[in-house]
Design a protein around this ligand. Structure first.
Ligand code: FMN
Length: 257
């Protein structure tokens, strides 16, 4: 069986991501996110379809659970010319990868001298991890960079956390720190009984009726991966891409038209 994605596919980058470095690239900035739903297997299809749009820069943000449903991440980067970055929890917060190494670290100094900077590196921090006031903070930089966030699929777990304001991973921190003048779209995907649970309706109602910056691309009915039949399946990935193309007025390369 082919190996699935793992956090070590994309080590913490050696330079920090800064939105301002990309502000003048003249591209639409699409922040695509996936969560721990089987429907994450559609992400390579979504990326392949978006590769036909040269005027966009894509960054992919993945929860830890979503990795189970993806091929090695370097293969996604190789296959998608306009996929300019993949962002994982440990790129912001080393404990997400190795709690032991984080616990071993001294408390973060606000203005470390060169000696303590070396100490941080030796326990897993490097130059893209926040070490001092003024360093870029990944979830804030991603929010600044993005013109739109598309979460496809959105798991029941992440839906609940978003609506309740949780921010204990990179995706949730971006959503929590979002500039509500910019759009977020999400495509929930879950087992039929999860979708039909009354708590789901309450959470979806918040997104649809109270949070104007959110668009919910509602699930469809089909036989799900678990064998149950009914609503809860992620909207067809082609419909999701078409929604994005229309929303962002994306244009294909002339040779693809
Ligand atoms: C094989 C498998 C398939 C799953 N499919 C779904 C799904 O389609 N939707 C969902 O909401 N949760 C699904 N789950 C459960 C989530 O992965 C789990 O709730 C996880 O904590 C979600 O984490 P995240 O929201 O941080 O990605 C699945 C779990 C497994 C093991």
């Amino acid at each position: 069986m082919p190996r699935h994605a793992t956090p070590s596919d994309i080590p913490t980058p050696s330079t920090a991501f800064k939105a301002s470095d990309h502000a003048a690239d003249g591209k639409h900035h699409i922040l695509l996110a996936a969560t721990g739903s089987v429907a994450t297997i559609k992400i390579p299809h979504i990326l392949a379809a978006l590769a036909a749009y040269p005027g966009i820069s894509i960054r992919l943000m993945l929860t830890a659970s979503s990795l189970l449903f993806l091929p090695p991440l370097t293969s996604l980067l190789a296959a998608t010319p306009n996929l300019d970055g993949i962002h994982l929890d440990h790129h912001e917060w080393p404990a997400a990868l190795s709690p032991e190494s984080y616990i071993a670290a001294d408390p973060l100094p606000l203005a470390p001298d060169s000696e303590s900077e070396r100490d941080l590196e030796s326990v897993g921090f490097n130059s893209s991890i926040w070490t001092r006031v003024g360093d870029p903070i990944l979830h804030i930089e991603l929010r600044r960079w993005a013109d739109i966030l598309l979460v496809a699929p959105l798991s029941a777990n992440s839906l609940a956390k978003i609506v309740n304001g949780f921010s204990d991973n990179l995706l949730l921190s971006v959503v929590r720190a979002w500039d509500t003048a910019k759009p977020i779209a999400c495509a929930p995907a879950m087992n039929t009984l999860m979708w039909e649970h009354p708590v789901t309706a309450k959470q979806i109602a918040v997104l649809e009726s109270e949070w104007s910056w959110f668009t919910v691309l509602r699930p469809v009915e089909k036989v799900l991966a678990c064998g149950d039949s009914g609503s809860g399946a992620m909207r067809e990935w082609t419909d999701i891409v078409q929604w994005l193309v229309t929303k962002m007025k994306l244009e294909k390369a002339e040779s693809d038209q």
